[in-house]
Design a protein around this ligand. Structure first.
Ligand code: HEC
Ligand code: HEC
Ligand code: HEC
Ligand code: HEC
Ligand code: HEC
Ligand code: HEC
Ligand code: HEC
Ligand code: HEC
Ligand code: HEC
Ligand code: HEC
Ligand code: HEC
Ligand code: HEC
Length: 346
């Protein structure tokens, strides 16, 4: 089916254009006016080929539109695509064939331009203007090439411009669950059913980490903790939103000294862990050691249990073999005589 793209079949409206253009441009501010004007110049009428987005030609054709509109001058339009466009432009009347003859004679439909959209879709134009990012340059008609009721192909697929073959992220599903095309980088993950597949396209290391260290967190979707794309206040849930600390005074910073959020059961730490944190679960040992009165009681737990939870540093790493070699040969275990590292027999 050949159509005139973006043709208002609502003929009464065509006659209104002159007045609202002024109102819209003034009301909406210079930025939108400038952008829409620029895009309108760059892609004057969008009267392009018959593009069903599902076909293979559609991506290339729409991509060109974007390229033109962005003025980024990616690749120049290919010969084939231009041919189609020109062909479509040459037959502009096809789409209006069904229109009542009287109306068609008296009121020729005019193609919609970017500066028209704001008149009826003010909020969207405002949104795109403020938060559109790179899509601001694409502009309304760079994406919306038809308009209901005459055009049924009003909504573009992301894949028309973001080729799924280009990178893994563009091959995920549910683009608009994360990205509103009118503010594509203002992301809110909380309403997305499953973010993980998309997140892992750019953060594959997190997937590997979770697979290497299975945990209850690895079973969760990323958005159970990450509401937005960032680590600013309120952009993610912290440990204490869901758990209690092992001691009442532990802060979130403390949690992260021992736990990694994406592999919380792989517990590693530096040498700055106070005895009290270990004592939260090993209070018996801490008490024994403190009471023992040996030189070991002046040490922190992590001096002998360094780096990783459960690790035990052998006595000889610090003391070598201090006694007569004969004694060490006969009694290879230091604790045969010294009994308990936390309560040394001397
Ligand atoms: C005269 C008012 C008017 C103008 C001008 C106008 N629109 Fe619309 N638009 C509407 C109305 C009304 C609807 C709802 C139509 C429907 O649901 O059938 C609509 C619906 C849409 C839709 C949704 C289509 C769908 O299938 O859900 C898109 C996209 C759209 N407009 C884009 C544009 C763009 C882009 C422009 C400028 C090139 C524009 N409109 C100009 C009134 C307008
Ligand atoms: C980068 C492509 C792109 C640009 C630029 C763009 N849109 Fe859209 N628009 C879309 C897509 C995709 C949807 C469908 C969103 C969805 O399904 O959630 C949409 C939906 C719409 C809708 C119907 C749904 C709604 O949100 O009300 C309207 C109306 C609309 N756009 C108007 C506009 C106008 C006006 C502009 C310019 C100010 C514009 N769009 C710019 C891609 C775009
Ligand atoms: C008509 C072409 C076109 C369509 C359709 C389109 N985009 Fe884009 N988009 C672009 C261009 C051009 C850019 C800027 C260059 C680039 O990143 O490739 C862009 C950039 C983006 C960006 C980065 C924005 C920024 O400010 O850096 C996101 C996110 C995005 N697009 C998502 C989407 C999603 C999701 C859809 C479908 C709902 C979509 N796009 C549909 C053309 C399009
Ligand atoms: C689970 C949420 C989610 C889904 C689903 C999703 N994205 Fe994204 N997308 C993101 C995040 C997060 C970024 C990074 C944003 C940033 O850098 O600020 C991003 C960035 C982008 C960018 C700009 C960066 C780039 O690589 O050029 C584009 C374009 C884009 N996405 C397109 C898409 C398309 C197309 C789809 C569907 C095939 C899609 N996204 C699905 C979350 C998502
Ligand atoms: C299109 C690629 C892309 C997608 C998709 C993506 N990210 Fe990112 N993300 C990035 C890049 C690039 C950075 C690094 C930005 C920086 O260093 O400032 C980043 C950084 C982050 C950060 C750290 C931000 C900071 O302030 O340090 C978090 C948290 C994050 N991403 C979580 C996620 C989650 C959760 C998802 C899925 C909902 C996701 N990302 C999807 C590209 C992406
Ligand atoms: C149980 C909560 C939780 C889950 C689930 C979670 N994260 Fe995180 N994530 C965090 C916390 C907390 C931080 C901040 C860590 C810090 O401050 O050092 C973080 C930081 C990040 C960062 C930036 C710092 C870094 O380590 O690179 C990225 C990227 C990230 N997460 C991606 C993801 C992805 C992708 C998923 C899903 C596969 C995910 N997260 C699931 C809690 C979580
Ligand atoms: C959105 C809620 C949420 C956040 C935020 C969260 N967790 Fe969890 N975490 C859970 C759930 C649910 C479980 C599984 C049930 C349980 O053990 O309570 C869990 C389990 C754990 C486990 C045991 C894992 C296992 O497989 O046995 C550890 C350790 C843990 N969390 C530490 C942390 C730390 C540290 C943080 C901060 C970086 C954190 N959690 C942030 C929800 C959360
Ligand atoms: C000194 C290191 C250390 C610090 C700091 C620490 N944890 Fe733990 N945490 C552990 C160890 C070790 C385990 C594992 C116990 C086991 O094997 O059962 C654990 C287990 C957990 C578990 C699993 C359930 C349980 O209680 O056994 C959760 C949840 C947890 N920690 C949350 C937190 C939170 C939240 C914080 C910060 C407030 C925190 N941890 C700070 C060492 C620490
Ligand atoms: C949340 C409670 C918790 C915290 C905090 C905790 N542990 Fe443990 N720890 C345990 C549990 C439970 C076990 C026994 C189960 C196991 O082997 O994981 C254990 C076992 C050990 C073991 C013996 C491992 C073995 O192979 O016999 C050592 C050593 C140890 N912890 C040292 C420490 C040190 C040092 C700290 C402080 C940095 C600490 N723990 C903090 C709960 C904790
Ligand atoms: C991380 C190093 C480290 C490890 C491991 C270690 N010690 Fe010690 N030990 C010390 C230090 C430091 C002292 C105090 C030395 C001093 O003040 O001269 C000490 C003192 C001692 C003393 C004298 C105690 C006193 O109060 O005078 C004995 C006995 C001893 N260690 C035995 C052992 C045995 C047995 C083991 C293995 C079970 C062991 N140590 C493991 C560091 C270590
Ligand atoms: C001087 C070194 C040293 C210090 C300091 C030390 N430990 Fe140990 N710890 C050991 C050694 C050696 C073993 C192994 C004992 C054995 O093989 O019977 C051990 C064993 C353990 C065990 C597992 C066996 C058991 O007795 O349950 C736990 C738990 C433990 N230590 C916790 C702690 C805590 C908590 C602290 C601090 C309050 C601490 N340790 C301080 C050297 C030390
Ligand atoms: C046969 C029993 C026995 C064995 C086995 C043994 N010790 Fe001792 N150790 C003693 C006695 C008794 C003393 C106290 C008398 C002394 O100062 O010579 C002592 C003292 C020490 C002291 C304190 C020395 C000082 O100068 O204050 C250290 C350190 C020590 N032993 C480490 C070790 C280490 C490490 C091992 C294992 C490699 C070990 N011992 C094995 C019996 C033993």
């Amino acid at each position: 089916m050949k159509r005139v793209l973006l043709t208002l079949v609502f003929f009464g409206l065509a006659t209104m254009t002159a007045v609202p253009v002024m109102a819209a441009d003034q009301g909406h501010g210079a930025a939108v006016a400038a952008k829409t004007a620029r895009a309108a110049d760059a892609a004057p009428d969008q009267a392009k080929a018959d593009q069903a987005p599902a076909t293979d030609q559609a991506p290339a054709a729409r991509q060109k539109t974007a390229d033109k509109a962005t003025a980024a001058g990616k690749a120049a339009a290919t010969g084939a695509g231009r041919g189609e466009t020109a062909a479509a432009a040459a037959k502009p009347a096809a789409g209006t064939a069904a229109t009542p003859a009287r109306a068609a004679e008296e009121l020729k439909p005019v193609p919609l331009t970017n500066s028209d959209c704001v008149k009826c879709h003010f909020d969207i134009a405002k949104d795109l203007d403020a938060h559109g990012g790179a899509h601001l340059e694409v502009n309304c008609t760079g994406c919306h090439q038809e308009h209901p009721p005459s055009g049924t192909n009003a909504i573009p697929s992301c894949s028309e411009c973001h080729d799924p073959g280009e990178n893994k992220h563009f091959a995920t599903k549910g683009c608009t669950s994360c990205h509103n095309p009118h503010h594509p980088l203002e992301l809110n993950f909380t309403t997305v059913a499953a973010t993980k597949p998309a997140c892992l396209t750019c953060h594959p290391d997190k997937g590997k980490e979770m697979a290497a260290h299975p945990s209850a967190h690895a079973e969760q979707d990323c958005n159970s903790c990450h509401n937005q794309h960032g680590l600013g206040p309120g952009q993610y849930q912290t440990c204490l939103d869901c758990h209690e600390g092992h001691t009442p005074d532990m802060t979130i910073k403390d949690c992260l000294k021992c736990h990694k959020p994406h592999s919380p059961t792989d517990i590693t730490y530096g040498d700055d862990i106070p005895v009290a944190f270990c004592a939260a679960c090993h209070d018996d040992i801490a008490a024994t050691l403190a009471k023992s009165g040996t030189k070991h009681s002046e040490m922190r737990c992590v001096e002998c249990h360094d780096g990783r939870h459960g690790k035990i540093t052998p006595c000889v790493d610090c003391h070598d073999q201090p006694h007569d070699p004969y004694i060490h040969k006969k009694f290879p275990e230091c604790l045969t005589c010294h009994r308990d590292p936390h309560n040394l027999a001397r």
